[in-house]
Design a protein around this ligand. Structure first.
Ligand code: ADP
Length: 214
């Protein structure tokens, strides 16, 4: 199944997508991780896009579409994938249509105060990108990833000013996509109003939706 995880920054797209990936045995493709990987490796592309990411702005459509195309053409994506953070603009959605069909769009609906609380307490693994939270999703050992023992850090774009910019970018450039996708009949809304709701509860709800579709 080809699933799109849709929702504002901090709505849990990455957290739920990585858990769904294990349950459904389908690759989790996070364009944010692809971007951070290029920056970490200091590739030419990484150097060109690091400013956008640290300011909370979108990487140009052409660049992100090239990264996505490269990843999605790998053999492991043939029978399905869970896309997290793509598309974020209408041109990106049009580009995706040229590359692949989609089956289901999970729209995570989360209020701004919950987003701000989550992002400002979020911890990310430097090595594998796994997501934790200082309050609601603590690692077993402080500062260390449960999965790979990598170092946990606060993302540069999880600072209050950048969080606000990312929310603005989401409202102005990404949210209009919901209207665009309405005609497909593929959108399923998952509402998540509590900051500390255990991720597995939400994942169960999403799995039920997927079961009903297949
Ligand atoms: P978020 O928590 O905001 O959803 P992501 O990890 O998905 O964060 O993305 C981090 C950054 O990577 C974005 O702020 C943006 O600069 C860049 N990025 C990721 N996906 C895209 C995309 N589809 N289009 C443009 N830029 C993107």
């Amino acid at each position: 199944m080809r699933i799109l995880m849709f929702g504002p920054p901090g709505s849990g797209k990455g957290t739920y997508a990585s858990r769904l990936s294990v349950k459904l045995n389908a690759p989790h493709i996070s364009t944010g991780d692809l971007v951070r990987d290029e920056i970490k490796k200091q590739t030419d592309l990484g150097k060109r896009i690091s400013d956008y990411s640290s300011r909370g702005q979108l990487v140009p459509d052409k660049t992100i579409c090239e990264l996505l195309q490269k990843r999605i053409s790998q053999p492991d994506c043939k029978s399905g994938f869970i896309l997290d953070g793509f598309p974020r603009t209408i041109p990106q959605a049009q580009e995706l249509e040229k590359i692949s069909s989609t089956d289901l769009i999970i729209n995570l609906d989360v209020p701004d105060d919950v987003i701000i609380e989550r992002l400002s307490t979020r911890l990310t693994c430097k090595s594998c990108g796994a997501i934790y939270n200082e309050r609601s999703l603590k690692p077993r050992t402080e500062g260390k990833c449960d999965k790979c023992h990598g170092q946990l850090y606060k993302r540069e774009d999880d600072q209050p000013k950048v969080i606000q910019e990312r929310l603005n970018v989401y409202r102005n450039q990404t949210q209009p996509l919901l209207e665009y996708y309405q005609k497909t009949g593929q959108i399923r809304n998952v509402s998540n109003k509590e900051a500390g709701l255990p991720p597995d509860k939400v994942v169960q709800e999403i799995l039920k939706i997927i079961e009903n579709e297949s």
